[in-house]
Design a protein. Structure first.
Ligand SMILES: [Zn+2]
Length: 465
């Protein structure tokens, strides 16, 4: 025997839906109390569910699809989808992000500390030392929410929080939607989307961090230097590379070695003897890089226009020729693509008018469309080559911004190094001339390697080690 209960839910939770319960099994009058208890319990539970949850539970997959579409449209229009404002911002009345005067300076400080070569763990400790309340503490102060508030230690920053702040691109004034996806309407599991699925909108709110700082921080996060057993990190750890095998150089130091004796060697030599040592003393490397940097900064400060011209010119003849060739080829291909457009259009017209048989039409149009498709693909690649010329010009300006911050660097600090230098390539020592010379190439952020003149490269790159 089965009993059916139909209950209007509107009265209970303001939803105009009805629900059907079926209890299978014997249901004599005397057996009602347990069922009643069960129903009461169920509604008590149900009424307390958060609204969103209730919503999801009631509407099945079909509705979920519709919600996703609405969500998708909102995201594609450039509106921010994330519910909470990132630390450093507050949400304005219309949902736009406004700079939070209280916490935005902390965001700036965190980025600055990272540029200066501090890892997330160290930054977290420094913030605590300065008695800066954590985001959880700020939330508690403003809303009373205690989920991330620790009254015993309101300034204890979690390195993971620092790390997530350093990776938050909202600080650039950018809105990025669809970074993550829920697996399904039932699942709470979130997966990270590949960048081609993201929708990025620039300038949706005021930036806190400038582009230069952002890029330096992202780059140094990639390198992720690990401290040696002695605690401190080598100045060039993660920045110096072997010219022959491309591996990172290993910072060699120990308690028994003086600072003068510290060195860098190829990590492939260090671990498996798969490369030669590429041994260079740390002080020598420091001196070479500083000299190189001083020259570049002096040059840029002397005449910015001339500097820009030289950097652009510095691209090798081969590269320039390649770009010229790409440009010409691209123009030719673009002409052919539009010619094919006209031809295909004509074919359609001929087919419609009956001048062309179906068979002939299929053969001709198929061939032309295939050619056009291939040309479009190739044009895309050529365009990328041509575009590098333009991005180069923009990048020199970014580099000059850093140059303007430093007048005449006299010492290589971690901050200075990371702001200017992308990587340093260390060559194997050359003893053919009778004494040991060693070449290093300094690749600068935004502009790459600079090699201005023969005398310049002679002096700074070939110093006896
Ligand atoms: Zn090597």
């Amino acid at each position: 025997m089965a009993a059916t209960y139909i209950l209007p839910l509107k009265a209970i939770c303001n939803l105009s839906v009805s629900v059907v319960f079926r209890f299978r099994g014997p249901l004599a009058l005397g057996a009602i109390p347990p069922q009643t208890r069960m129903i009461t319990g169920f509604f008590a539970f149900f009424k307390n569910l958060p609204e969103q949850h209730r919503f999801n539970e009631w509407y099945a997959k079909d509705t979920s699809k519709k919600i996703r579409a609405v969500f998708r449209n909102k995201g594609m229009s450039g509106q921010r989808l994330a519910v909470n404002a990132p630390y450093g911002y507050i949400k304005g009345e219309d949902g736009h992000l406004l700079v939070d005067e209280e916490t935005a300076p902390v965001v700036e400080l965190i980025f600055q500390l990272c540029v200066e070569g501090n890892g997330p763990g160290k930054i977290a400790r420094m913030l605590k030392e300065r008695e800066i309340p954590t985001p959880g503490t700020i939330t508690f102060q403003r809303t009373g929410q205690t989920s991330r508030y620790f009254p015993d230690d309101p300034c204890r920053w979690n390195p993971a929080t620092v790390l997530s702040i350093l990776g938050q691109d909202a600080y650039l004034g950018r809105t990025t939607n669809f970074k993550t996806t829920k697996l399904s309407y039932k699942s709470k599991k979130t997966v990270i989307n590949s960048p081609d699925k993201w929708a990025v909108f620039e300038g949706t709110h005021e930036a806190i961090i400038d582009k230069e700082t952002w890029e330096i921080v992202q780059k140094s996060r990639e390198h992720r230097r690990r401290p040696t057993k002695m605690g401190e990190m080598g100045l060039f750890s993660g920045l110096a590379y072997c010219a022959d095998c491309g591996a990172k150089l290993y910072h060699h130091r120990s308690i028994t070695l003086t600072k003068e004796q510290e060195s860098y060697i190829c990590s492939n030599y260090q671990s498996r003897k798969k490369c030669t040592a590429h041994y260079i003393r740390a002080v020598v490397l420091e001196q070479l890089v500083l000299q190189n940097l001083q020259r570049v900064v002096a040059y840029a400060q002397e005449d910015e226009n001339e500097f820009v011209r030289r950097v652009m010119e510095n691209k090798t003849a081969v590269q320039r020729a390649e770009q010229e060739q790409a440009k010409r080829k691209l123009e030719k291909q673009e002409r052919r693509i539009s010619e094919l457009d006209r031809i295909i259009q004509q074919l359609y017209e001929d087919r419609v008018s009956g001048a062309l048989s179906a068979e002939r039409f299929a053969k001709l149009s198929g061939g032309y469309e295939k050619e056009q498709e291939e040309l479009k693909q190739s044009a895309k690649e050529l365009q990328a080559i041509v575009n590098t010329i333009e991005t180069q010009a923009v990048n020199v300006q970014s580099f000059l911004k850093i140059v303007r911050k430093y007048t005449a660097p006299t010492e290589l600090t971690p901050a200075l190094l990371r702001e200017f230098v992308e990587k340093i390539v260390v060559h194997a020592p050359d003893k053919s001339s009778g004494h040991r010379t060693q070449r290093i190439d300094v690749h600068y952020n935004f502009i790459g390697e600079i090699d201005f003149s023969p005398e310049y490269s002679q002096v700074s790159r070939q110093t006896t080690a």
